[in-house]
Design a protein around this ligand. Structure first.
Ligand code: ZN
Length: 87
């Protein structure tokens, strides 16, 4: 079980660029895609996942995305911790 913030295969620099683009589109603070909480992580996988989630939803969402593929060739989305990004 990967921990939140653990790097998936796939380019971290792409995730960072996607995060900056997503933040640029926001008005105000990023919010979780699954609940009203403030987002703590940005989930990213090229061409498949790009959304903000809170700490409560980052693990379940990652697991769901991974399980949905089922062929064993796709890595879980990269979870970028926003607290690190803004520190
Ligand atoms: Zn949430």
């Amino acid at each position: 079980m990967a921990r939140p913030g653990e790097f998936a295969a796939g380019a971290p620099e792409h995730a960072e660029a996607a995060l900056r683009a997503a933040l640029a589109d926001l008005e105000g603070e990023p919010r979780c895609a699954e609940c009203p909480n403030e987002a703590d992580f940005f989930l990213y996988e090229p061409e498949r996942v790009a959304k903000f989630v809170c700490w409560e939803h980052v693990s379940p969402i990652s697991a769901v995305v991974e399980a949905a593929e089922g062929d064993g060739t796709v890595d879980r989305p990269l979870a970028v911790a926003l607290s690190e990004e803004f520190s």
